[in-house]
Ligand binder design. Structure first.
Ligand code: ADE
Length: 245
């Protein structure tokens, strides 16, 4: 099993990179892909840059050029659900693109991806469970919690309560917003490979979001990605060995 690991910002994967045993780094279309091992797993580590197009093209390169057969996205997100606090972790059990809307054509509903006929990309439940165990183990020492639910992606940094209110009523069970996860999910879905999107809450997508986001990114985010992947990858490797036997 070869894992593609994506973060949307260098800060999200810096700490992973420090412990990453790199065999080879290759620059393709403005991204640097690091091939190597982390926590005993064969991985390709890359920061995608921001947004759905950047994430989708990076995921495609990981699959086509590097032959990864599993993609894990780790990074930060803005809270939509009122129960979430900064530092909580959300594991997607499904992802949707909140800025996707061709409903005026009458051919699809809001959020529905034409031809695929779905609005949400589901994550395999056994993978969600393994991610939950890894995050639980990490968060056990502090006061933050792990949640499983819907993550929505769009090409906007959201810092407005009215927008959050609108998304909350349009997407039931929405936990948080970010800018890449559902794009990676769509690429993986169409290629038929498994994926996980794990997001730490950096802000509440309100007026203070820009400042909270920058502080979190600079000071805390990289620890989460590192600590979670360090627990998750060995667990996934063990279970995939069992599945392959
Ligand atoms: N990622 C982290 N915070 C975010 C926000 N408020 N909107 C979109 N993406 C984010």
């Amino acid at each position: 099993m070869k894992y593609g690991i994506i973060g949307a910002m260098p800060e999200e994967i810096d700490r992973v990179r420090e412990q990453f045993e790199t065999f080879h780094s290759q620059r393709i279309a403005n991204r640097t892909y690091h091939e190597g091992t982390f926590a005993g797993a064969e991985c390709v580590l890359v920061f995608s840059r921001w947004g759905k197009v950047a994430a989708a093209s990076t995921a495609t390169a990981l699959i086509e050029r590097f032959g990864v057969d599993f993609i894990i996205f780790t990074g930060v997100a803005g809270a939509v659900s009122a129960k979430l606090e900064v530092g909580d972790v959300v594991i997607a059990d499904q992802l949707c693109q909140h800025d996707f809307d061709v409903s005026l054509t009458g051919l699809a509903e809001r959020f529905e991806i034409p031809l695929l006929g779905i609005s949400n990309f589901p994550v395999r439940p056994e993978l969600v469970n393994q991610a939950r165990l890894a995050v639980d183990n990490y968060l056990a020492v502090g006061q933050n919690s792990v949640y499983v639910g819907t993550i929505a992606s769009g090409d906007q940094f959201i810092a407005h309560p009215a927008k959050i209110e609108e998304l909350r009523s349009a997407i039931p069970d929405l936990l948080c917003v970010e800018m890449e996860g559902a794009a990676v999910a769509q690429v993986c879905h169409e290629y038929g490979i498994p994926y996980l999107v794990i997001r730490t809450i950096s802000d509440k997508a309100d007026h203070s979001a820009p400042v909270d986001f920058m502080t979190f990114i600079q000071e805390i985010a990289k620890e989460y990605s590192f600590e979670i992947l360090n627990r998750l990858l060995p667990a996934l490797r063990n279970s995939s060995t069992v599945l392959e036997e």
